[in-house]
Design a protein around this ligand. Structure first.
Ligand code: ZN
Length: 290
């Protein structure tokens, strides 16, 4: 049931001024949002998907139809080198995602999201993290208090989480959040057993939905306005969506590619040239991605 929204180290966090806040449900970290009217290139690890028996076609449908029309598009790409979000499918790796543009901080060799489960709720929850959303339980005005010691002990026993990870993912309130009304229907809310709270507040697992709440939708559309009803996929055929397909430019890569990615290019290039005796182009090298 638990997913880790991975925060950056404090030294890595880039802060921006907060924008005017509206009255909306859901919690959003405004400092990490993607540039609107662009397409976010997302790569799904094909070999890991095959090994984990993940149906990538179904997964893409879940994302594209599960998210509301937004001003940003999700562009599934086959070339890891151009991706800015890289999804792995390590069954033992848990479900987690970096939040928003934090994904740009990592080299192309590293995952920015892992899906150990590909049920609709998990997939949409992690993609909402990727778009900048935080856990609803981190809401500054949540209507309950955690029994912190119980939560920390249980997460340590169940998932091996240390206290810090439990605080970041469950207990801490988010001071950066753009949020007003607490939204019990948010897809970003964990199940909360009664024993975790002071008093009798609880959110039972069977109360959790597998779709975005109206508050989730309103929040995402506020941050990414201008979406069209014909979907989020710039590569979708017009007749799939009943309208003209829209082409959005790829999201700019705002950070330089980290050094190990450069080394990866060089090593793959040299190995390829030695093996084949051919000049290996960088495009060819990219397609040899492990
Ligand atoms: Zn999460």
């Amino acid at each position: 049931m638990s997913c880790g929204a991975r925060p950056l180290k404090k030294s890595e966090v880039r802060r921006k001024g907060s924008r005017a806040l509206g009255r909306l449900a859901a919690v959003f970290d405004a400092s990490k949002n993607w540039q609107n009217r662009t397409a976010i290139p997302v790569w799904l690890h094909p070999e890991q998907a095959e090994k984990a028996r993940v149906d990538l076609g179904a997964l893409r449908e879940t994302v594209l139809f599960g998210l509301p029309p937004l001003g940003v598009a999700i562009a599934f790409v086959e070339d890891r080198a151009v991706a800015q979000v890289r999804v792995h499918f390590d069954p033992g790796g848990g479900n987690w995602s970096y939040v928003g543009r934090d994904a740009q901080t990592f080299s192309m060799l590293e995952p920015t999201m892992n899906l150990a489960n590909v049920d609709q709720r998990t997939v949409l929850h992690e993609f909402c993290h990727m778009l900048g959303m935080l856990h609803e339980q981190s809401h500054p005005d949540r209507p309950f208090e955690f029994n912190e010691e119980v939560v920390i002990d249980e997460m340590r026993a169940a998932y091996g989480w240390d206290e810090g990870k439990t605080r970041v993912n469950i207990l801490d309130k988010s001071p950066q959040a753009d949020a007003t009304a607490f939204d019990e229907d948010s897809i970003m809310l964990y199940a909360i057993p009664e024993r975790w709270t002071v008093g009798d507040y609880e959110v039972r697992p069977d109360e959790l939905g597998s779709a975005l709440s109206s508050g989730d939708v309103a929040q995402l559309q506020r941050w990414y306005p201008g979406g069209r009803a014909d979907g989020n996929d710039p590569g979708a055929k017009a007749d799939d969506r009943g309208g003209e397909r829209e082409q959005l430019p790829m999201h700019p890569r705002e950070k330089p590619v980290p050094p190990d990615a450069v080394l990866w290019y060089v090593s793959v290039g040299v190995l390829g040239a030695l093996t084949l005796g051919l000049l290996v182009t960088s495009v060819f090298a990219r397609r040899r991605a492990v």
